[in-house]
Ligand binder design. Structure first.
Ligand SMILES: Cc1cc2nc3c(=O)[nH]c(=O)nc-3n(C[C@H](O)[C@H](O)[C@H](O)COP(=O)(O)OP(=O)(O)OC[C@H]3O[C@@H](n4cnc5c(N)ncnc54)[C@H](O)[C@@H]3O)c2cc1C
Length: 509
């Protein structure tokens, strides 16, 4: 028998399997031995009061085997037409899985390397400061989502079936906890295996995955796109799902040169802010002892308005580290990620300010992209060492005479952030921090926290236009974050799924 039950628990009752079982047994007036398993189907932390509670709903397996709590998607042998999927980030991979559900053959073309070789290249960048421009934190199997925090929280529930995306992740090896946690995440240590399993599914059912295959132009026949041409001269024919992400600036350039419809987009840019995790735990769990043994590393989310521009925290990584996310030579970009246990000493998040097209000097289609490139080059002054300033010093506009130890492996150099980012950003960031300080009775602001610059890849600076049916021209489906229609792993996956479903619908009607 299976029963469901709403629960409010102490962190220890939620965190220790035997304690949870005893709690549930008491509630259901059963013996612990009668219960074979207890699984959360909803779980969140209520940290509004000193006495932090875990609340949610559990499924209890009484006298029967514990089962998976998600639906398994069946795939079919690919015996129908081929579809070219450019890019193996979440948008491309989930589009490919959707094609296979209906028996279509995804031909995945990926400029970078497989996820395991990629890990070696990102380590080389962090350790030796040597960038592989085709295999890094943005390019390669799994896309920008592979070495990320793997946060799977999205507000874009109207875009499609979020549960389906989470279930497909579970089917490929992610923990079932992602189905119940209010803010699910997989973790950078677990993601590569999940991505490899997705690749194995694609190949098992007759799809193809080609690494080191960079698409450099689209093949046109009249008003239709009928395939792609790659850097090595090879060509692949079929309708094209273009899922190349927001860092593929060469793709925007060739699309622009070839006359496809693009438009400049607003973005948000700023810094990575890093605190010692213990300070965030103390602030969020109202305890001088931090989070104790059973609570997860605490996170935060801030948003305010400063002179008609949003200032907000972005992609918070509790227990994580800051990484060099550059894709181009002589240009610096920082980002953040965390492992599944979020056990690191630091907490980081992007702290960004909305940047509108009218805020910058370039008004042409690729102008916002060039503006970001300039900032990234401006920050590259000591190789991949990041310009860095203490938070209190930044607020007081003082140079930092010393810097604390940070998680960012290539290292940092003391620099006023005002010298490397535009005033329109830094002045609002300063006022935004003061707002966040007021919201937390000053606890968020500390000179033990540092700012590292620049955080420039929060979203795409260009939109690849498409109609209601996801196409720009017949046979061209621009999708995911790079096309400007998604932001984050789940929304990119949902966009890929939606595009593939439309493509299949057209073929079958
Ligand atoms: C360090 C880091 C941490 C992040 N953390 C999170 C997080 O915790 N949660 C979250 O929701 N989001 C996170 N993000 C953002 C998230 O990864 C992206 O929103 C998401 O990956 C976008 O998916 P996509 O498929 O649209 O594009 P991408 O993931 O960018 O994938 C695009 C793919 O296309 C390939 N490609 C590009 N050009 C070509 C070409 N010409 N030919 C062939 N292949 C090409 C690229 O190599 C890449 O694999 C993070 C990003 C980074 C960099």
């Amino acid at each position: 028998m299976i029963k469901e039950l709403d629960v409010v628990l102490t962190p220890m009752e939620a965190g220790v399997a035997e304690k949870l079982k005893s709690f549930v047994a008491r509630k259901l007036k059963l013996k612990s031995e009668d219960i074979n398993g207890v699984r959360f189907i909803k779980k969140s932390i209520d940290a509004r009061r000193m006495d932090v509670k875990i609340q949610g709903r559990v499924r209890v397996f009484i006298g029967e085997e514990e089962k998976v709590i998600y639906d398994i998607t069946p795939f079919k042998e690919a015996c129908k037409d081929s579809v070219i999927v450019v890019g193996s980030g979440p948008a491309g991979l989930f589009a490919s899985l959707t094609l296979l559900e209906h028996g279509y053959r995804p031909i995945v073309l990926e400029r970078g390397k497989d996820v395991h070789k990629r890990r070696v290249d990102t380590a080389t960048l962090s350790r030796d400061g040597v960038l592989d421009t085709e295999s890094n934190y943005a390019f390669g199997e799994g896309g920008a989502g592979a070495f990320s925090d793997g946060k799977l929280y999205t507000r874009s529930v109207k875009r499609g079936d979020v549960n389906k995306v989470l279930s497909l992740f579970c089917q490929h090896g992610a923990s079932q906890d992602i189905l119940s946690d209010a803010h699910p995440h997989i973790g950078t240590d677990k993601l590569p295996r999940v991505i490899e399993n997705i690749r194995n599914t694609i190949i098992k059912y007759g799809g193809e995955v080609h690494f080191g295959t960079k698409v450099t132009s689209l093949i046109r026949k009249g008003d239709s796109v009928v395939g792609v041409r790659c850097q090595d001269g090879s060509e692949f024919r079929g309708p094209v799902i273009l899922a190349t992400g927001h860092s593929a600036r060469d793709v925007y350039r060739f699309l622009h040169e070839e006359g496809y419809s693009l438009e400049a987009k607003d973005v948000a840019i700023g810094v990575r802010l890093e605190h010692p995790q213990i300070l965030i735990d103390e602030m969020q769990y109202h305890s001088a002892n931090g989070r104790g043994l059973y609570l997860p590393a605490a996170s935060y989310r801030f948003v305010t308005q400063v002179r008609e521009r949003g200032v907000y925290s972005f992609c918070m990584c509790p227990g994580g580290f800051v990484v060099p996310a550059s894709t181009e030579e002589n240009a610096l970009v920082v980002n953040g990620m965390s492992p599944s246990n979020r056990g690191g000493r630091w907490a980081n998040s992007g702290m960004v300010v909305q940047l509108k097209r009218e805020d910058i000097p370039y008004q042409d289609t690729l102008g916002m992209m060039r503006y970001l490139e300039e900032i990234e080059r401006n920050c590259f002054m000591n190789g991949y060492k990041a310009p860095c300033q203490r938070m209190g010093d930044f607020i007081q506009n003082k140079e930092s005479t010393s810097l604390p130890k940070v998680s960012y492996a290539p290292g940092v150099v003391s620099r006023k952030i005002d010298e490397v980012l535009p005033e329109i950003i830094t002045s609002r960031l300063r006022d935004g921090f003061n707002d966040f300080g007021r919201m937390t009775r000053g606890r968020f602001i500390t000179n033990d926290a540092v700012l590292m610059a620049p955080e420039t890849r929060t979203s795409s600076p260009v939109r690849i236009l498409r109609g209601e049916d996801f196409t720009q021209l017949e046979g061209l489906y621009p999708v995911g974050e790079g096309a400007g229609y998604a932001g984050g792993i789940v929304s990119a996956a949902l966009d890929g799924i939606a595009a593939a479903n439309i493509l299949i619908g057209k073929k079958e009607n």
